[in-house]
Design a protein around this ligand. Structure first.
Ligand code: FAD
Length: 374
């Protein structure tokens, strides 16, 4: 059975990785899903596709760990175009303080039964010989991976016959109701807003902020780098709430290309590549991988992460509008956490138990109390 024009149980706004993962899971549960996307694109097409367990707080760890386990199951069915690879992450320690951070990280991951391994300078140089000498070691997280998110989003949407995709621009949303740019009004028992940063225009009351990021991809140089390489200072960059920061983050693509990040910048909505910031990011990368200076970069671009004030996504019912559901604010981790987000949301919509505690992601945490008139 496919969802026909009048009988969707769920309308999902946005066909990025989060909307696609939600649609796929709802359809798996037997719901008829209509996905609306106007084709403008968003963070899914601009991001890095690193599937990474992050542990800056227990809720982030719970959602990323849960989601990674789901991705590892899904990957068995993925076509090669999805670019899935389980290369693992090497969190690099440049000094004794960062080695302490690596040990704490290992302890936090071990508590949640996420396998990881501390490795010293010699084994690190053996597995990644192009890293600069002098690093003190790394934490290796072998269960982390990579994928090509735009292809995965397409694949997820094609997997289920109960999903109907429509090219349409949504101009307004309300509980169980969606207005389109062509004047049509669609209704469904559940409306899910999953259109990333663009949700600011539909629901300006939500506390979403843009965090601009730059990436650069090189020509093909197969076999140079084998793991996703990230400096341990990345966490501080990723979670700062102001200013501009860069951190070393390099991914070996299945094509042999190297994807180089990352930068984070608040309060800019200008998509232009900023040469000075790109240069700063690349300088940081060359400090860790000196050989990068000899490689050809073939394209640089930018994208916008949708950040919430506490860095966690908003997954649940709109605090003021029953029947309007949110899957937003995934910041720099939305590819990783799309699968878990879909299940956390579906459990709440259907009133069923979830596999992890859903409270930390509740949009109600940002609800401003209503003023009582005297
Ligand atoms: C530089 C950068 C690097 C990143 N690296 C990683 C990483 O390594 N790992 C990771 O896990 N995450 C990473 N992320 C974050 C990740 O890319 C995002 O969290 C994720 O893609 C968000 O997906 P989404 O589906 O919520 O939104 P989006 O991908 O923004 O999709 C929104 C969709 O909604 C549609 N849309 C918008 N408005 C409307 C409208 N009014 N009507 C109809 N359709 C509409 C758009 O066309 C788009 O398809 C990175 C992000 C950036 C910018």
């Amino acid at each position: 059975m496919s969802a026909n024009a009048d009988t969707a149980d769920v309308i999902v706004i946005g066909a990025g990785i989060v909307g696609a993962a939600c649609a796929e899971h709802f359809a798996e549960l037997g719901l008829r899903v209509r996905v609306l996307d106007d084709g403008r694109g968003g963070a899914t097409g601009a991001g890095m596709g690193h599937l990474v367990v992050m542990d800056d707080n227990p809720a982030e760890l719970a959602l990323s760990r849960y989601s990674l386990a789901l991705w590892r199951k899904l990957r068995e069915h993925m076509p090669s175009a999805c670019g899935y690879g389980q290369c693992g992450t090497l969190w690099l320690a440049a000094n004794a303080e960062e080695m302490d951070v690596a040990r704490s990280k290992q302890a936090a991951l071990a508590l949640q039964e996420v396998p990881s391994e501390l490795i010293g300078p010699a084994p690190l140089a053996a597995i990644e010989p192009l890293l600069r000498p002098g690093l003190l070691g790394a934490l290796k997280v072998p269960g982390d991976g990579i994928l090509y998110a735009p292809a995965v989003a397409q694949w997820l949407l094609q997997r289920q016959p109960l999903i109907q995709r429509c090219r349409a621009r949504v101009t307004a949303v309300a509980a169980q109701r969606v207005e389109l740019a062509d004047g049509r009004v669609l209704t469904a028992p559940y409306v899910v807003v999953a259109n990333g940063l663009a949700a600011q225009q539909l629901l300006p009351e939500l506390p979403l902020r843009a965090k601009k990021g730059h990436l650069l991809i090189t020509d093909r140089y197969p076999g140079q780098v084998h793991h996703q390489l990230v400096e341990l200072g990345y966490g501080a960059s990723a979670h700062s709430n102001a200013g501009t920061s860069v951190a070393f983050n390099v991914q070996p693509r299945p094509t042999g290309q190297l994807l180089i990040g990352s930068s984070r910048q608040f309060d800019s909505l200008d998509p232009a590549v900023q040469p000075a910031l790109l240069a700063r990011m690349l300088q940081r990368a060359v400090e860790y991988l000196p050989r990068l200076a000899d490689l050809n970069g073939i394209r640089a671009w930018t994208g916008f992460r949708a950040a919430s004030p506490d860095g966690l996504p908003l997954l649940g019912e709109h605090p003021r509008q029953r029947g309007l559901w949110l899957a937003l604010g995934h910041e720099g981790l939305g590819v990783t956490t799309a699968t878990g987000s879909a299940r956390v949301l579906a459990a709440q919509m259907l009133g069923e138990p979830a596999s992890i505690d859903v409270q930390p992601y509740s949009p109600a945490r940002f609800a401003v109390p209503l003023q009582v008139c005297p």
